[in-house]
Design a protein around this ligand. Structure first.
Ligand code: 6PG
Length: 490
């Protein structure tokens, strides 16, 4: 019999999604390009997983398409960018009116918007679907963020919902975020928060190891202990594991890994997309920058012995009580993550308005509670905050959220100060604290910036008494400043 789904791309993600669908009772057609690295993928997939399973393999695109029931649903699980465009142009001639193509990769949301628009004219449904959870998630239940038309979603939802993870309230982690690029936008922001969560945790580890001189197994134990509290998260639990894995000779594997982080681009895209909307994402930006900085191994190596400053290893004098400092660090860890999440959710809300999507932040928080990389206890708090009525666009406007910072204050500030005094790089924690302080400042010194702009470029400025009114201009350098001596400094 014909398959009800086709999956094109049998990398780890595609294979695991195929297995997930099959285990939910679907007949699945599978295919992959057969050139280069894809040469034996179909054969090896069938050899490993084919026996007794409802898979129909085909190396020929026409045959692959013909093996799927009409109207067809074809999931694309290949590298984002040009390969997706290439696949679309080669599969198009074989498709019929209103077949559906579903891009499950980490495509840029603008590309998804472009593809959706051009395929609509060709009478093809297009969905951009962000899928999070790594290979495990794809196999046993990912978090799914879709962007497509409501009509297309009606049929797609029936296929995607059953294979998705479940949230804390047992609902499926699967939603329609809006039209065209909405799903990929939400997935991109998920990844931005993922970058921030990972960086903040790396900073916590760095302080524990370098300053508190904790043994990796003690750090692991501390992470496991935290994992039972409101700090609990998937990333914390895998980091506890990582801190225990040793190679055959008994050496900690982590200690053999080069300290140069790679990135495929979704973190940077998040910052760029926010910047396009005039929104700053200090914690995500700091985390993206930290990855780029980490890659400067040569420069860091050369400067490490020559630039003057405190040595983290000799800063233990600053540390009076490790137990107390650990409690402070715990507070700093949670507070920083809360600011990172708040900036991500703010971006989602503003982008949804701008692009006319239908992103409901409380729904996003719900579907991120299961399956995805940033699943955590914190998302419960965010669901609760939105549950009180989402009539706000920034989580810090929710008392459930903002009140938590009272207790976290001292530890957050102490930790960042201690790290800075000790010469330890904590860009994400510092950026989050700075953002918090900026947001609670009714006054920021931008009046001087406006004055400077007007002084050198006559750009004008608005005045306090008439904030929405006209722009004024002053002839700054025409004033006689010589007799200002009676203006005593305050
Ligand atoms: C997920 C992840 C995944 C991402 C990797 C690598 O949600 O399953 O976000 O989609 O590709 O985490 O991303 P970087 O190479 O940019 O770190």
């Amino acid at each position: 019999s014909q398959s009800d789904i086709g999956i094109y791309g049998l990398g780890l993600m595609g294979s695991n999604l195929a297995l997930n669908f099959e285990s939910h009772g679907h007949n699945v057609s599978v295919s992959n390009r057969t050139e280069g690295e894809g040469e034996n993928l179909i054969a090896s997939f069938m050899k490993e997983h084919g026996a007794g399973k409802r898979f129909t393999p085909s190396a020929d695109l026409k045959e692959f398409v013909a093996s799927i029931q009409k109207p067809r649903t074809i999931l694309i699980t290949i590298t984002s960018g040009k390969p997706v465009d290439d696949f679309i142009s080669s599969v198009l001639p074989h498709l019929d009116d209103w077949d559906t193509l579903v891009d499950c990769g980490n495509s840029h949301f603008e590309e998804t918007r472009r593809r959706a628009a051009s395929l609509r004219f060709k009478r093809i449904n297009y969905a951009g679907v962000g899928i999070s959870g790594g290979s495990e998630g794809a196999r046993y239940g990912p978090s799914i963020m879709a962007g497509t038309t409501k009509k297309c979603w009606k049929s797609l939802e029936k296929i995607l919902e059953p294979i998705a993870a479940r949230s804390f309230d047992d609902t499926p982690c699967c939603l329609l975020a809006g039209s065209d690029g909405a799903g990929h936008f939400v997935k991109m922001v998920h990844n931005g928060i993922e970058y921030a969560d990972m960086q903040i945790l790396a900073e916590v580890y760095h302080i524990m190891r370098t300053l508190f001189k904790m043994h990796p197994s003690d750090i692991s134990a501390k992470f496991r202990q935290w994992n039972y509290t409101s700090l609990g998260s998937y990333l914390l639990s895998i980091s506890a594991d990582i801190l225990q894995v040793r190679d055959d000779s008994g050496v900690l594997l982590l200690d053999q890994i080069l300290d140069s982080a790679e990135q495929k681009g979704t973190g940077r895209w998040t910052v760029q997309a926010a910047s396009e909307l005039g929104i700053q994402l200090p914690v995500v930006s700091a985390s993206v920058d930290s990855r780029s900085l980490s890659a400067l191994t040569g420069l860091r190596g050369r400067l490490s012995g020559s630039l003057f400053g405190p040595e983290p290893n000799s800063s233990s004098g600053l540390l009076r009580n490790t137990e107390n400092a650990l409690q402070h660090l715990e507070q700093a860890y949670l507070a920083s993550r809360m600011i990172a999440a708040a900036e991500g959710f703010y971006l989602l809300t503003e982008a949804s308005r701008h692009y006319k999507w239908t992103i409901d932040p409380s729904e996003i928080a719900r579907i991120w509670q299961g399956g995805c990389i940033i699943r955590s206890e914190l998302l419960r708090t965010i669901v609760a905050a939105y549950g009180q009525g989402s009539n706000f666009n920034h989580l810090l406007l929710s008392p459930i959220y903002s009140n938590r910072f009272r207790k976290l204050q001292e530890g957050w500030r102490e930790t960042v100060t201690l790290a800075i005094k000790s010469g330890i790089h904590v860009p994400a924690m510092a950026a989050s604290l700075q953002q918090y302080d900026a947001l609670r400042s009714a006054y920021l010194p931008a009046n001087l910036i406006q004055a400077q702009r007007d002084y050198f470029g006559s750009h004008g400025f608005r005045v306090i008494n008439d904030p929405d009114g006209t722009h004024y201009h002053s002839n700054w350098n025409k004033q006689d400043l010589s007799d200002n001596t009676d203006d005593e400094p305050e």
